[in-house]
Design a protein around this ligand. Structure first.
Ligand code: SAH
Ligand code: SF4
Ligand code: F3S
Length: 475
């Protein structure tokens, strides 16, 4: 299901520029040679997905409709470069797209997103991928209407990559996947320079949005029927630094908690080095803030944490988890873990397993370290990939065991679930999320999508819960 984001009735930052782009959208609407169909592949994180919502919004606004990748007039890849295999996939898919373009020379191919901020990528695309018509980056995504217009005007292949953000431009069309939940950027970029990570190089320095603009957007979303808000930032715990009137993330949560119509607030991601007691207290106190916390560990070894430039120790991480569990009963804690960081020994890895056992995470995104050129870790001594893979498998097994045990806790309980979509495996079953962000499958009619329903949990696995819906009215 796709829903048009009623143009928020607020004026955000970059008003002048947004108006210019909207004028171009109006011109594009009237053009005979505009793309009538589009396909957008979202290849990265929630921030990348949020950017895709803007691209989809612009395409719909000019009157184009979605189509299969092989048939669309314009194919856009919104890329990610956090790990190397994500990049390899893009090159692979371009090879496959080329075959379609041979038969349909008018088809346009556009690439954008984080990967385009890497010089080596641009060089390679320039040299070996002439079929790509338009390339832009993370800082100028709001210029998409203008770039598209230039492309249609026949100015040849366009490559427009900026080195930094000139201004934050808001208030352009955007189409969300769901009518009842939405993501809101609260900040852009990252200042942390974890030594393995490329994000600060491709997303630039940390910039917080003004709280008034965030609140206006949340209010507009609530008015259009949104019940659940996800606040996005690479490190939301450092939100507010550098604003005219500095505020903390906990204070922002407090304000969002006041917005009428919003029932659930979630956020990602939190850096353990900046997790304040003020935020932990706010989590415990604010009724709409969901009892879940994504706290990326990366490694349990103090030695590696130092090499990763993470600025916390295993003991500090465990202490934060203890305080979170104390303040928020039954809090669900999820994490990110990297296996095979340069120099990782078996002892280092055992420290990670130890944290996993102590915290008993409710879920984890696990990654085998991927070397990113230009980052400090790329120059460190790399580990044996086979050893890393064996450790990785061991970690997955432990996480699964813990997940299975943790989920049993919910069997027999009556939980409020936001029904989100029809299950992929059974049309009579809906999938939804509990406050704790557990995935639940239950028999119900698709008309209940977007509603809060009560579900009694009847069974569980390592990855999801099964339940029976009690009643279908608003709860
Ligand atoms: N800012 C967020 C994470 C963004 S990237 C945070 O710090 O929580 C998401 C995850 O990708 C990271 O948490 C990390 O676990 C993983 N990651 C980043 N760079 C990586 C690399 N070079 N190799 C493997 N995993 C990586
Ligand atoms: Fe990357 Fe670290 Fe920034 Fe997260 S906090 S985006 S892992 S540099
Ligand atoms: Fe996200 Fe990938 Fe960019 S994780 S910020 S899309 S590099």
């Amino acid at each position: 299901m796709s829903i048009r984001n009623l143009r928020p009735n607020y004026r955000g930052e970059g008003e002048e520029e947004a108006r210019r782009q909207r004028e171009i959208i109006e011109r594009l609407k009237l053009r005979e040679d505009k793309p009538k169909t589009y396909y957008i592949a979202t290849m990265g994180c929630q921030m990348n997905a949020h950017d895709s919502e803007k691209l989809i919004g612009i395409m719909e606004e000019i009157g184009a409709s979605p189509a299969a990748e092989s048939e669309a007039d314009i194919v856009i890849y919104n890329t990610c470069c956090v790990r190397e295999n994500a990049e390899q996939k893009v090159y692979g898919r371009l090879g496959y797209l080329k075959t379609f373009k041979k038969n349909r020379p008018n088809m346009k191919i556009a690439l954008c997103g984080c990967m385009m901020q890497e010089d080596v990528v641009i060089e390679k695309l320039k040299k070996s991928y002439p079929e790509v018509d338009l390339i832009f980056g993370t800082y100028n995504i709001y210029k998409f209407p203008e770039l598209l217009e230039s492309l249609l005007d026949g100015s040849g292949r366009i490559i427009d990559i900026w080195r930094a953000q000139e201004e934050i431009v808001e208030d352009l069309p955007s189409i969300r996947k769901h009518s009842f939940k939405a993501s809101v950027n609260i900040m852009y970029g990252c200042n942390n320079f974890c030594t393995y990570c490329i994000v600060p190089y491709v997303r630039g320095r940390e910039r917080s949005r003004e709280p008034d603009n965030i609140l206006a957007e949340v209010r507009a979303l609530a008015e259009s029927g949104v019940k659940e808000i996800q606040l996005l930032g690479q490190n939301v715990n450092s939100y507010g630094r550098g604003l005219k009137n500095e505020i903390t993330f906990a204070q922002l949560l407090e304000m969002v908690n006041e917005v009428e119509g919003i029932e659930r607030i979630r956020f990602i991601s939190s850096h353990p080095k900046d997790l304040s007691q003020e935020l932990i207290d706010a989590m415990g106190r604010l009724d709409k803030v969901c009892p879940q916390f994504h706290l990326p560990l990366q490694s349990g070894s103090d030695r590696l944490l130092k090499l990763m430039n993470r600025h916390y120790t295993k003991a500090q991480f465990l202490d934060e988890v203890r305080r979170l569990k104390e303040a928020v009963p039954d809090v669900s804690i999820t994490t990110d873990i990297i296996v095979g960081f340069p120099g990782e020994t078996r002892e280092d890895f055992l420290e990670t397993l130890d944290v996993v056992r102590q915290v008993r995470f409710d879920g984890a995104f696990t990654f085998i370290y991927s070397k990113r050129e230009g980052t400090p870790a790329a120059r460190m001594e790399q580990v044996d990939p086979e050893e890393a893979k064996a450790n990785f498998d061991e970690l997955l097994k432990l996480l699964e065991e813990i997940g299975r045990e943790n989920n049993k806790h919910w069997v027999g309980k009556r939980l409020k679930v936001l029904a989100e979509e029809v299950s992929k495996n059974d049309a009579a079953v809906l999938s939804g999320r509990t406050e704790h962000n557990h995935l639940v499958h239950f028999k119900a009619d698709a008309s209940l999508i977007g509603e809060m329903v009560w579900v009694t949990i009847t069974d569980s696995t390592a990855f999801y819960l099964l339940g029976e819906m009690e009643k279908a009215e608003e709860v």
